[in-house]
Design a protein around this ligand. Structure first.
Ligand code: GDP
Length: 150
């Protein structure tokens, strides 16, 4: 998960390896670095601390890896947690990352679409590696952000 807390900083949490750091790095710096562990002002969030962030988060981006059905199941677990503990007006996005690995795909795109639709989430498949849909992801998030009160 990538949380956007007010005033819009990133907090990263949930399961590792799906590409959260790479997505943020691609968006913020236009780079993809498969080897180095990057930090882009994102702090790691442990499961025990997650509920503290749910409440303050304006946006939660739940990321899974399209080559990993296990990561898709875990993403669904996080969506349920957010529905239980998050603020009622939280903007939620479901992201199937590593879309460049089509030959290794194990989660059909339709499964992502269906799950997101059932849960009132915005859905997109991305590749941090090729930059495919990364800008679109953040643009769609920006469109859905609550307007700051005057
Ligand atoms: P995080 O733990 O969720 O933050 O995951 P990382 O951003 O550290 O990425 C985990 C691994 O997946 C790294 O080896 C990345 O190189 C790789 N990775 C991330 N995004 C992509 C992608 O879009 N395509 C491919 N092929 N690999 C990716």
């Amino acid at each position: 998960m990538i949380f956007f807390t007010k005033p819009y900083s990133f907090v990263k949490g949930g399961d590792s390896g799906v590409g959260k750091s790479c997505i943020v790095l691609r968006f913020v710096r236009g780079q993809f670095d498969p080897t180095s562990k990057v930090t882009v002002g994102a702090s790691f969030l442990y499961a025990a601390l997650a509920p503290l962030y749910y409440r303050g988060a304006a946006v939660a981006v739940v990321v899974y890896d399209i080559t990993s059905p296990e990561s898709f199941s875990k993403a669904q677990y996080w969506v349920k947690e957010l529905q239980k503990h998050g603020s009622p007006d939280i903007v939620m996005a479901l992201v199937g990352n590593k879309a460049d690995l089509q030959e290794k795909r194990e989660v059909p795109v339709q499964d992502g679409i269906d799950y997101a639709e059932k849960n009132g989430m915005f859905f997109i498949e991305t590749s941090a590696k090729t930059a495919d849909n990364i800008n679109q992801l953040f643009e769609e998030i920006a469109k859905r952000l609550p307007r700051p009160s005057p």
